[in-house]
Design a protein. Structure first.
Length: 147
């Protein structure tokens, strides 16, 4: 027989489990995030920073998003036979204790369809989604391309 106290405990455990997955894991962080201010009214921008994994195990970033952009994705620029090429990165593995740099000319965020006017100094939200369902929230500061 299912009793009312049992149901209350079960609901409490479900709520706790849901909040643990939704909350940003303290062991993964986005540091020094920034967006290069695009020239004019461009429909895209690029984002950079460092993703730090202080967890005891590797993590995998599988998606990125922001309320400030219609679409956000991870990309990598490589030089192949003297030609610069860019490709989407579907899964970004970050080893335990490692930092991955998002930087111009390498791994970076493609920020498409800005929902807000990009102005120098603005702080824009960013959320990374991990393969295990956890979310990592951070911010990207809009900077001039010269900085």
């Amino acid at each position: 027989m299912i009793t009312k106290p049992f149901v209350c405990v079960l609901l409490g455990l479900c709520a706790l489990a849901t909040s643990a997955v939704a909350a940003a894991p303290a062991c993964v962080s986005l540091r020094e995030g920034w967006v290069r201010l695009p020239p004019g009214a461009m429909p895209m921008a690029a984002g950079y920073g460092q993703i730090r994994n202080d967890c005891r195990e590797a993590v995998v970033v599988v998606a990125a998003g922001s309320k400030a952009f219609g679409e956000v994705s991870l990309h990598e620029t490589t030089l192949v036979d003297g030609v610069s090429r860019m490709r989407a990165v579907e899964r970004l593995l970050i080893a335990a204790g490692a930092t991955v740099a998002l930087k111009p000319g390498g791994l970076h965020l493609m920020l498409m369809q800005p929902e807000v006017a990009l102005k120098e100094g603005a702080q824009l939200p960013l959320r990374l989604s991990l393969e295990d369902g956890r979310k990592v929230d951070g911010t990207l500061q809009v900077r001039s391309a010269l900085k």
